[in-house]
Design a protein around this ligand. Structure first.
Ligand SMILES: NC(=O)c1ccc[n+]([C@@H]2O[C@H](COP(=O)([O-])OP(=O)(O)OC[C@H]3O[C@@H](n4cnc5c(N)ncnc54)[C@H](OP(=O)(O)O)[C@@H]3O)[C@@H](O)[C@H]2O)c1
Length: 271
């Protein structure tokens, strides 16, 4: 099993940073190894610091083995000058800051050398996320293993061979949870059109999406296409709906156009 890094500094302990800190401590990171820099710590983060002895906003933190950047993109201008001295040549920089390229991060942190840029998604907050990351050539084998361990607490993790693929990941899994929520809303609206009361409509739609997702997780050896065929009798009701969903102007083309728009926007915002 990979060792944890000896000294880790988390910059930004909001939704994602806070979830990571909790996951690391629960996964066995020694509290004395962790320092959190966060100007407005939530009650949860303050309690974590108090109860476990995690350093919170020390005046002069020592340079870490790993510096994790989890601030909003718009907060990076303010944060970078304060942490530049911590981002030295020995440190691994792990960034989840959306849209900020490695070149952009290195321009703000001039001493930085090894950088991993990652894109998680919101279910990461409950340990069920999907994260993909790109490591620049300065990242060592041990640092890659640290990355796998630190992001592993968020759920599934994949390495990318090309930094530009982050924009595609953003369009699929980064923004993807919102597509599933939008599908659930549409299913509930359709249920109301078929005459069901609003509360029941939403309950049926949510339960269906949750159950189908869980079934897909448990039956991971079975492809979604087979799972679909397993519940589609020829000439039946599901087949009638799928003929529309998978016909001309159906789901495939719609999802392709939607993700292409997200991809184009991610590329536009990258800097
Ligand atoms: N949430 C997601 O699903 C998701 C998915 C993929 C990527 N990301 C990326 O993850 C990053 C964090 O997102 P989030 O949802 O966790 O945001 P968030 O909840 O707003 O957390 C960011 C935290 O950073 C703090 N902060 C601001 N300036 C700082 C500084 N100078 N030093 C240290 N901390 C500072 C913020 O404090 P204030 O509130 O006082 O500003 C806030 O508590 C973003 O870059 C986002 O693009 C998030």
């Amino acid at each position: 099993m990979t060792r944890w890094p000896g000294r880790l500094i988390l910059v930004g302990a909001g939704k994602m940073g806070g979830a990571m800190a909790l996951g690391w401590l629960e996964g066995g990171l020694a509290p004395s190894s962790l320092t959190i820099l966060e100007p407005n710590p939530s009650e949860g983060i303050m309690a974590l610091a108090d109860s476990r002895g995690v350093a919170l906003n020390p005046r002069k933190p020592a340079p870490p083995d790993v510096l994790v950047l989890a601030v909003k993109p718009q907060s990076l201008d303010g944060a970078a000058p304060k942490i530049a001295a911590l981002a030295n040549r020995q440190a691994l920089i792990l960034s989840i800051v959306a849209g900020k390229t490695i070149a952009n991060l290195k321009a703000r942190l001039p001493e930085a050398s090894a950088v991993v840029r990652a894109m998680p998604n919101t279910p990461a907050a409950i340990g069920r996320g999907v994260t993909a990351a790109f490591a620049n050539p300065d990242v060592t084998a041990e640092q890659r293993r640290w990355g796998e361990r630190l992001f592993g607490v968020l759920g599934a993790f994949h390495w990318l061979d090309d930094e530009a693929a982050i924009d595609a990941v953003t369009a699929i899994s980064g923004s993807g949870p919102a597509y599933v929520f939008a599908f659930t809303e549409a299913l509930a609206a359709a249920a109301e059109k078929l005459g069901l009361p609003a509360e029941l409509a939403m309950s049926l739609a949510r339960g269906t999406v949750e159950g189908a997702g869980e079934l897909m997780r448990r039956e991971s050896a079975t492809s979604p296409a087979i799972l679909r065929r397993n519940v589609t009798s020829p000439g039946g009701t599901t087949a009638a709906a799928l003929a529309v969903l998978q016909g001309d102007g159906g789901l495939d083309g719609l999802i392709e156009r939607a993700t292409a728009a997200a991809h184009a926007r991610a590329a536009e915002m990258a800097g």
